[in-house]
Design a protein around this ligand. Structure first.
Ligand code: 3H9
Length: 708
């Protein structure tokens, strides 16, 4: 037939690795893809598949072909590491799928593990798909800022209908094989040996003619309203992002145009999205998240302990949220408070959180009881004696924490990890009151601790490798992204956010309105600007941090415009008003008294108010984060710039499609960033200045320091 088969099979060269094995089971030809660890569609895979298909086509005794993944999974997608390659050098996934589509004998994809992205597109190019029960299928490209680029946007709607295809492609979330079977995406679930089942299926369908090619089907449910609703939905779920609208356009083409037209358009849109800063940012984060788990000095052989039970001190908002993480994965928790009342209140909040989840249908009442059943409340710290890890989550006061750790040292069993959830205090000082500082670590959860994915793992001077490795493994187990940081005031995230807050207040002092400042950050893609965030956290919290810092530095009591707002009793959302007013709808509205207070403050300081552009606000705020990040890097508080990006995305809502603040700065060009910092009166950190002078990026820095 030769339809859309523009590229011929590439000859295998000495440089092309052999990634596909050919074998036979009677009249069924078997192609096994071997590209560990996840069978990504890298060099050698298309060549091997095409050569295999040619061999199967040339042999009259072959009636059907099975394609299966060797090792732990089917193909998990295109090779993201090779995404930077020029088009002609990139592994020819589209050509392979086209060759499959044009193939004259039935082909069966045999799926286990994950068929993601290009992997599912490969399977959709086959005539049939069979899968084991726990296999997962999805098109996660949107999470990398791209779109399915090997026919997925055209074939998935033809199989599962417009609505479901949009849902899968826009969320990027995979579905399980049984759900895929319901939708017709999988033709048969194989119990037992996948290959044997796939071969039997292939044999049973060997004579099916005409071949039921996916590309020849039409799309069900592709009414204009479905696409209009999808476009409307994007404003909420993917504000500011480009690839999701390409996906909707292409799915609409699948429903309204001939296959070839949509297939061609998809290729162009894929290349456009691939070359966008948004995709570079999201891919950067994909790898950054995985890099963050690799700690210098630790290896796979570093011993870890299995955490079978946890103790938590403090049943307040933080302690309760932390406890939920453990309960959710089946780890029993003993939670300690100082009064029965506080304990009852804490437990009540945890139960209510679970019941709300159950009400939304995301958990059964049985699950709620199971989780609550794993929780033991107590007023006696001695009850923590058996815990493998104990996390202190009381308020931020060094004396109180020292007292707790002194007591814990006597109570905890040998080998137990003693962790503090402090967000600013010196973990070395906390560790020093124990006779086992090597067992002490900081585990800084972010509020709400049962929701936020970030966990800053604070390595103190004497923390042992084993405690660190165990904490990293634990983070993964409780479904957090763990990032290791060093000890300093505020660690990575809060240290940067303090600097950012200082700059935001300064910008208002100079003439901008708080709402202008927040609007600039919203435009950059942050769901909340600095003042919306302060109002949510409580203005008194920031005020007490500034008081503490002033005391430490021997400076006078803080008395800026924001401190004065706090002193009027406006503490943020919790008092219905802070920098903004909050009505029933909880939307921030400017307040006239606050405006007047700011104007009076400027007058008192003799500040000539000036118009400040959105561009200036954006640069000053974003680059204040970047500059502090560069200092953090230089001091070794963070191991890599990409760790800082992960922290900022998962802890502070920096848009993932900008790759985090450090990647964002690299995209702007560090030379420009350094020049702008100087223009706005800040001194670029030496690392930043040096990279700028050498024409480098933070990724270059990370690469050059990878072995350090
Ligand atoms: C696509 O397909 C585009 C097409 O539509 C169009 C093309 C024309 N490539 O996560 P893990 C590495 S877009 C290269 O720790 P897990 C990963 O970096 C792609 N490398 O394991 C890590 O390396 P290292 C659509 C990849 O078991 C190692 O494999 N596909 C890729 O927790 C293990 O990964 C996706 O977006 C890849 N595609 O999870 C799927 N995938 O050990 C992305 C993984 O050196 N991948 N690696 O750090 C995933 O979601 C998860 O990795 C997966 C396994 C669920 C597969």
């Amino acid at each position: 037939m030769g339809r859309h088969h523009k590229q011929e099979a590439l000859p295998m060269t000495q440089d092309t690795p052999n990634r596909v094995d050919q074998s036979r089971d009677g009249d069924v030809f078997i192609l096994t893809i071997n590209n560990p660890p996840v069978n990504a569609f890298g060099p050698g895979v298309p060549e091997g598949l095409k050569a295999g298909l040619d061999a199967a086509a040339a042999d009259d005794s072959v009636k059907a072909v099975v394609i299966i993944g060797g090792g732990r999974t089917f193909v998990a997608g295109a090779d993201i590491k090779g995404f930077g390659l020029p088009r002609e050098q990139a592994p020819d996934l589209r050509g392979t799928v086209a060759k499959l589509d044009a193939f004259e004998k039935p082909t069966v994809a045999a799926i286990h593990g994950t068929a993601l992205g290009g992997g599912l597109e490969l399977a959709l190019g086959c005539t049939y798909r069979v899968a084991v029960k726990d296999a997962q299928l999805g098109l996660p490209e949107v999470k990398l800022g791209v779109l399915p680029g090997a026919g997925g946007t055209q074939r998935l709607p033809r199989v599962v209908g417009a609505q479901k295809a949009l849902e899968m492609m826009l969320s990027g979330n995979p579905i399980k094989a049984p759900a895929a079977k319901e939708l017709g995406l999988v033709d048969e679930i194989v119990d037992g040996d996948l290959l044997a089942g796939a071969v039997a299926f292939a044999r049973a369908h060997a004579d099916a003619r005409p071949l039921p090619r996916v590309s020849e089907r039409s799309v069900e449910g592709g009414s204009p309203e479905v696409f209009a609703a999808a476009r409307e939905g994007l404003k909420k779920t993917h504000r500011g992002q480009h690839s999701p609208s390409h996906i909707v356009d292409l799915a609409e083409m699948a429903a309204t145009k001939p296959f070839q037209e949509g297939w061609d358009a998809e290729a162009d849109r894929f290349v456009d999205s691939l070359n966008s800063p948004q995709s570079r940012g999201l891919r950067h984060i994909f790898f950054a998240e995985r890099e963050a788990g690799k700690i210098r000095g630790l290896s796979k052989d570093t011993p870890t302990t299995d955490i079978k039970s946890a103790g938590i001190i403090g049943a307040g908002t933080m302690g309760g949220g932390i406890a939920m993480n453990f309960l959710n994965v089946g780890i029993p928790v003993t939670i300690v408070e100082t009064s029965q009342e506080a304990l009852d209140r804490g437990l009540g909040v945890i139960r209510k959180n679970y019941e709300n989840t159950a009400k939304k249908g995301r958990m059964t009442q049985d699950d709620v009881e199971k989780r609550m059943g794993l929780l033991t409340p107590t007023l006696k710290m001695e009850d923590l004696a058996g815990a493998d890890i104990i996390i202190e989550a009381v308020f931020e006061n060094m004396d109180v924490k020292k007292d707790i750790f002194t007591r814990l040292d006597k109570i905890a069993k040998p080998g137990a990890i003693l962790a503090s959830n402090t967000s600013t205090l010196d973990v070395n000082e906390i560790a020093s009151v124990t006779g086992r500082p090597e067992q002490v670590i900081g585990l800084h959860f972010f509020s709400p601790a049962n929701v936020m994915k970030l966990l800053e793992i604070v390595r103190a001077d004497k923390t042992s490798d084993s405690v660190l490795a165990t904490s990293l493994a634990l983070a993964k187990r409780i479904k957090k992204v763990g990032v290791v940081v060093g000890v300093c005031d505020g660690f990575v995230g809060n240290r940067m956010v303090h600097r950012y807050g200082d700059e935001a207040r300064k910008i208002v002092e100079e003439g901008a309105r708080p709402e202008d400042v927040d609007a600039a950050m919203n435009a950059l893609g942050l769901p909340m600007g600095p003042f919306q965030m302060s109002d949510m956290a409580g203005l008194d919290i920031g005020y007490s941090i500034r008081q503490h810092q002033a005391k430490v530095r021997g400076e006078p009591e803080p008395d800026g415009w924001l401190d004065r707002i706090v002193k009027t009793g406006r503490k943020g959302q919790k008092t219905q008003g802070g920098i903004y007013d909050y009505g029933e709808d909880r939307k921030p509205k400017p307040n006239a008294d606050v405006q007047k207070l700011i104007e009076d403050y400027r007058a008192e300081q003799g500040t000539q108010s000036r118009e400040i552009s959105q561009e200036e606000i954006t640069k000053r705020l974003a680059y204040s984060l970047v500059n502090e990040g560069a200092k953090i890097l230089e001091e070794g508080i963070a191991q890599r710039a990409s760790d800082i990006d992960v922290i900022y995305i998962y802890g502070y809502g920096f848009p993932a499609y900008r790759g985090g603040p450090m990647q964002y700065a690299s995209e702007q060009g560090l030379k420009n960033v350094a020049a702008d910092l100087e223009k706005y009166g800040q001194t670029p950190a030496p690392v930043l200045k040096q990279l700028a002078d050498e024409g480098k990026t933070f990724s270059d820095y990370d690469r050059e320091h990878a072995g350090a």
